[in-house]
Write a protein that binds this ligand. Sequence first.
Ligand SMILES: [Ca+2]
Ligand SMILES: [Ca+2]
Ligand SMILES: [Ca+2]
Length: 241
Amino acid sequence: MARRSALVAFVALAATFPALACGGLVVPDGDPAGPRPSVSGVASAPPSGSAPPIVGTGSAGVPSVPPAPTCDPAKCELPHVTAHACREGICVPVVCEAGFQDCDGDIWNGCEAAVVERYADEDGDGHGALTATTSCPKAGVAYVESHDDCDDTNALVRPNQTAYFTQPRADGSFDYDCSGADEPRESRVYRGTCLCSDFGCSLGEGWFVEAPACGAMGTWARAPGGFSCEPLREQRGQACR
Ligand SMILES: [Ca+2]
Ligand SMILES: [Ca+2]
Ligand SMILES: [Ca+2]
């Protein structure tokens, strides 16, 4: 009686869970991976016959280099240009007509600038360089009529400079006023002269022995003041211009 009851119970259970009858693994109905997210943002397939073009005819898997774009000769008639080059399909002037040059970098107006001589004042001291230039004007550089700056890279060097300097210019000279010579500030030599009165003594100042060269150090005899004729000795550099 007990064996019959157990058999009836198993048949009922198998009817409820069929998988148990195949080894005990329960597999729910539907996709075992569960619900999947919807796909969005994917481009639709191109219509038939509209596949991307294939450039070149190289062998399979090795794309060939596309040919360089050419220039339309009719569009290379640039102003004041006698020869041009074609770069990436654009006409670029390489030879300008005599008397003209390309200064603005705009290829479409060709060699637009007339060649003129002008004096650049690159150091901004108000005096132009000794020699004229015909190159394209530089941004930020003034061009002036004067051309008397003997060093247009140094604003301290200019005509009518009134100061003296103990350091030489880049070329080694001390001609800061563009006079063509190095003029020392002090050439006096100490002679030992001393004049005294009821108000004090006046000593004739100067270099001991001889004046040093421009930029060189020397011993200077300085008036002590009062009623003394004994000079004060001090080391000085000879300044020039
Ligand atoms: Ca200058
Ligand atoms: Ca100068
Ligand atoms: Ca000078």
